[in-house]
Design a protein around this ligand. Structure first.
Ligand SMILES: NC(=O)c1ccc[n+]([C@@H]2O[C@H](COP(=O)([O-])OP(=O)(O)OC[C@H]3O[C@@H](n4cnc5c(N)ncnc54)[C@H](O)[C@@H]3O)[C@@H](O)[C@H]2O)c1
Length: 562
């Protein structure tokens, strides 16, 4: 077996790793030392010559050079990583799979004190506020370290070694945890093959039984396995079955489910677990928001839409005959357990469509996500096993999902910034509406049955690029890149057979109006900007560019339609 030690500088990875390797007659690998010997230069010299990107590329090479985990039962290798290595999910995917990961933790004060006394000069503590620097670093990295078993690294070395040995003696739980983030909008647990985490989170949220709310499709693909894990962990399982797909999102369904909870005497404070896609999550989330005026909900999203979008942010809703999502509540989950394994069984169209949302997250401002989708998006859409085995699907889920977490954290209740204000940060949660105004309009024009949401968003993104180009906020190269990626993903390519008036009508009904004027989210060089001054003629031109058939001519600008 291999052991990987992660943690901030000063947490004792080298000292503890050396001691453990010596005690078990195992090899000790210091990743930074490997990088230095491969480069023939010190880490500091690599940073000076090649900058951080150069160092990180070498670090990825060093992780790759480790190869696969050892299959032997006893401890064979101890790997001490540089503090920043686990930040890149490509490294975590290689380092954490099949290995025992231990996070050596310590308070910023204790770590700063250690670094100050260290014989090696540490630039990290050279500034005026070393504790503040370490605290910031810790806030950025903790979720990557927290996928490992936490051990107090500032205890005496002998005690740390003992604690790590106790962990090594335990039976591994299988699967791979990739990140664990405790946030104001829930605890986010990401990994592959981590069904066992559900029982942990139920107990953490105060539950003593597993109340699993699901629907037949998600149950067959994933719910049944979760049920097995939960009962294996000693929890009694109760199942609440909702209808499959959008049919779950009605008040009648919520009433029936609430009555079942009442008959089962579910009490306030008892968590329910929502296992399924966005439709199931919206309905079960609303059930949790309203039953007994609110019980905790743990989301186990099983579709790509749910993993990168609907399970994050606390929006829950059901539909009315008058429209979608008209009755709902904000209800933040206790936890969201995202297992990318679930995506392997998803129908291809579902995966492909959801990548439309991932393109949106990239366009909002994640360059690496852009590159990743360009390189791996088509393979993920097809469901190529290799793309999953390489970790590409996990990286898309982590990046797109975390981008949404970050936006929601900055603007939990969708207040947004002032229209016309610059930049993605000022747009707040409204940034997430990129591609959604016209996206919703074409989705509604098709009666919600013709296009999947992500497919509609792809049309909306193309239209937003066109509007941005026309009014001069989207550089041509950026628009071409977004269009090119959507082409590669085969999204939003066919012209839609709807009359332009119908799409306009639905655009007018879009609820994201501010004082009657639509606030457009438009792509810029590397993010988005909000604009409320888009002429109707420009909007008409953008809509017309998506449509085919008889009714193509835009009818010109109209103030009321802006
Ligand atoms: N709350 C939000 O912020 C938010 C955001 C975006 C979308 N939504 C809502 O999400 C809904 C769409 O979600 P969706 O696209 O996930 O659709 P969905 O929940 O209807 O699931 C799609 C289909 O996939 C099946 N399925 C689920 N998991 C599976 C798996 N692992 N393997 C095989 N099949 C599986 C389901 O049975 C269903 O037939 C809409 O109602 C939309 O309004 C909500």
């Amino acid at each position: 077996m291999d052991l990987v030690l992660v943690g901030l500088p000063g947490s004792g990875k080298s000292a503890v790793g050396r001691r453990l390797a010596a005690r078990h007659d195992a090899a000790f690998i210091d990743l930074d030392a490997q990088i230095e010997s491969a480069a023939g230069r010190s880490v500091a010299a690599i940073f000076a010559d090649e900058g951080e990107p150069g160092f990180r590329a070498r670090e990825r090479d060093a992780v790759r050079a480790l190869g696969g985990p050892s299959a032997e039962r006893g401890l064979t290798r101890v790997v001490a990583t540089g503090g920043g290595a686990p930040v890149d999910i490509r490294n975590r995917w290689r380092l954490y799979r099949g290995r025992t990961v231990v996070w050596l933790d310590g308070t910023p004060e204790a770590l700063a004190g250690r670094l100050r006394r260290s014989p090696n000069p540490r630039p990290l503590v050279a500034g005026p506020d070393p504790v503040g620097t370490i605290r910031r670093l810790s806030a950025d990295r903790e979720r990557f370290y927290a996928a490992g078993h936490r051990v107090d690294g500032v205890a005496p070395v002998g005690a740390v070694v003992g604690a790590v040995e106790a962990i090594l003696a335990r039976e591994p739980r299988g699967g791979t945890l990739l990140s664990v983030a405790d946030t104001r909008i829930g605890r986010f647990v990401l990994g592959e093959g981590i069904g066992w985490a559900v029982a942990d989170e139920i107990r953490r949220a105060g539950g003593r039984r597993a109340i699993l709310v699901s629907e037949p499709g998600a149950w067959a693909a994933f719910g049944e396995a979760i049920s097995g894990w939960a009962s294996g962990a000693g929890l009694a399982v109760e199942r609440v079955d909702l209808p499959q797909g959008e049919a779950a999102k009605t008040l009648r369904v919520v009433e029936t489910a609430a009555r079942q909870l009442a008959r089962s005497r579910v009490e306030r404070g008892e968590p329910i677990v929502a296992i399924g896609g966005g439709a199931l999550g919206d309905a079960a989330g609303f059930l949790a928001a309203t039953y007994l005026r609110g019980v905790p909900v743990i989301h186990v999203p099983t579709t790509l839409v749910a993993q990168i979008d609907s399970s994050i942010g606390g929006k829950t809703a059901v539909d009315l005959p008058e429209g979608k999502n008209l009755v709902g509540a904000f209800h933040q989950p206790a936890a969201v357990i995202i297992d990318v394994m679930a995506l392997r069984t998803l129908p291809e169209r579902q995966r492909r469509a959801a990548l439309g949302e991932a393109v949106k997250m990239a366009a909002i401002g994640d360059e690496r996500l852009f590159e990743l989708l360009e390189a791996e998006g088509p393979a993920i859409a097809r469901g190529d096993a290799d793309a999953f085995d390489r970790g590409a699907a996990a990286e898309v889920v982590e990046r797109a999902g975390w981008a949404k977490v970050a936006v929601v954290l900055a603007d939990e209740r969708e207040l947004g910034g002032p229209a016309e204000a610059g930049g993605t940060a000022a747009a707040g949660r409204l940034a997430l509406n990129l591609g959604h105004s016209i996206g919703h309009a074409v989705e509604a024009a098709g009666g919600y049955g013709a296009l999947l949401h992500g497919e509609a968003v792809a049309y909306g993104l193309r239209a937003a690029c066109r509007i941005g180009l026309e009014i001069g906020v989207t550089p041509p190269a950026r628009a071409a890149r977004i269009d090119g990626l959507l082409d590669q993903l085969e999204l939003g390519r066919d012209r839609l057979p709807y009359p332009i008036d119908l799409v306009r009508e639905h655009l007018g009904a879009d609820k994201k109006h501010a004082g009657g004027r639509l606030r457009w989210v438009l792509p810029t060089t590397d993010g988005v900007v909000l604009r409320a001054d888009v002429p109707g003629s420009v909007v008409d031109g953008a809509i017309a560019s998506l449509l085919g058939g008889a009714d193509l001519a835009p009818t010109g600008a109209e103030a009321g339609r802006r």
